[in-house]
Design a protein around this ligand. Structure first.
Ligand SMILES: [Zn+2]
Length: 195
């Protein structure tokens, strides 16, 4: 008899405790809903075909397309080419270079930017074009840069103090990003956080 009374009291206490926890959680969730606001980040991308590009952009894209032929992609079979036009008008291109130890390879975008910045350290990068092909041929949809390359593009913009016009080539359509890498890398980390 004593034992069943004890169990009943314990069950009531436990029930009251659970009700309290549930109520507190609901209050906290409601508070959170009312405090948090949404922030919208817009990305503007122009969409068109290669033939619609201005001649100065076509030239950079053609260099990126040609660079896919120099890609060393024996493991992925995914040949990427990139090209940049610098402030002095020079066009520099590069391609992805793979390695049996995968992280030792490098993307076409970084190969190109590092080479350009090391050979022409005073020349800003004004335009960057990216193209790719696989065993089927050129990609129909525009090829975007990976996250690590986006970070390097951001650093290049900061280094020279200008935004880079980015052209992502696809044989059916191209994306043109005129405002620079912030469109592809919102809420980015840069040197201002290190100050
Ligand atoms: Zn990359």
């Amino acid at each position: 008899m004593f034992k069943s009374k004890y169990l009943l009291i314990f069950a009531i206490i436990n029930c009251l405790r659970n009700c309290y926890i549930y109520r507190e959680t609901a209050i906290w969730q409601n508070k959170r809903r009312s405090i948090m606001k949404e922030m919208t980040i817009e990305t503007k991308v122009k969409v068109g075909t290669f033939s619609e590009l201005p001649d100065c952009d076509k030239e950079v894209v053609e260099a990126a397309r040609a660079a896919t032929a120099n890609s060393y992609a024996v493991y992925s079979g995914f040949n990427v080419g990139a090209a940049v036009r610098l402030g002095n008008g020079t066009i520099v291109s590069g391609s992805n270079q793979e390695n049996a130890a995968y992280p030792s390879g490098l993307c076409a975008e970084r190969t190109t930017l590092f080479w350009a910045n090391s050979q022409y350290p005073t020349q800003p990068v004004e335009v960057l074009a990216i193209a790719a092909r696989n065993s089927q041929g050129e990609l129909e949809t525009p090829i975007p840069p990976c996250g690590a390359c986006r970070q390097v593009i951001l650093e290049t913009e900061k280094r020279f103090g200008n935004s880079i016009r980015i052209i992502l080539y696809g044989s059916k359509q191209c994306y043109i990003i005129e405002d620079g890498i912030k469109a592809l890398l919102p809420l980015s980390f840069d040197s201002k956080f290190l100050e």
